[in-house]
Design a binder for this molecule. Structure first.
Ligand code: FE2
Ligand code: FE2
Length: 165
């Protein structure tokens, strides 16, 4: 069974072991690293007078994503695991709108995964973890709003099925 389909199965089964939760939190951590890299780079390369406010905002996002990465790493350590060193891949484009869309897509995926993770944490009775994740998801939703506003669109509805990437 591929790693991806194994993780999909975990999403459907709420009774996770600590090892399974570590595996999922490491996926979340890899997404946080991806977000840090994207915001660090995109905030500097975005061009055009219309996008200067969002460029400044993206620098703030970078700092918040680092804080999320530290919080998730702490939880992985608490669950007896080792935090991953590998980010999810980061896309690049010379078009500012593309960069903002990449960020928005990643944030939607992140929010969908944290929603699932909060339910899983609560099913395990891990309320400390769920509290940490709830704090993070509030900021991820603010990131979505900032990006959608810069693109002049509403925050798109979440996909029905929880994505794993
Ligand atoms: Fe984050
Ligand atoms: Fe975010």
């Amino acid at each position: 069974m591929s790693k991806e389909s194994k993780l999909q199965n975990l999403n459907e089964d709420m009774n996770l072991t600590r090892e399974q939760m570590v595996e999922l939190l490491n996926e979340d951590l890899a997404r946080e690293y991806q977000a840090i890299i994207a915001y660090v780079v995109y905030s500097q390369v975005i061009k055009g007078a219309a996008y200067m406010d969002i460029a400044t905002e993206l620098e703030k996002h970078a700092a918040e994503e680092l804080d999320h990465a530290l919080k998730i790493s702490k939880q992985i350590d608490y669950f007896g695991g080792t935090p991953t060193v590998t980010p999810k891949p980061v896309k690049f484009s010379s078009d500012t709108k593309d960069l903002l869309r990449f960020d928005l897509d990643n944030e939607r995926t992140t929010v969908a995964n944290y929603r699932q993770r909060i339910r899983q944490a609560e099913a395990m009775g891990e309320f400390g973890l769920s509290e940490v994740l709830r704090g993070i998801i509030v900021q991820e939703q603010e990131h979505e709003i900032d990006l959608a506003t810069a693109l002049g669109i509403d925050v798109p509805e979440l996909p029905k099925k929880t994505p794993v990437d």
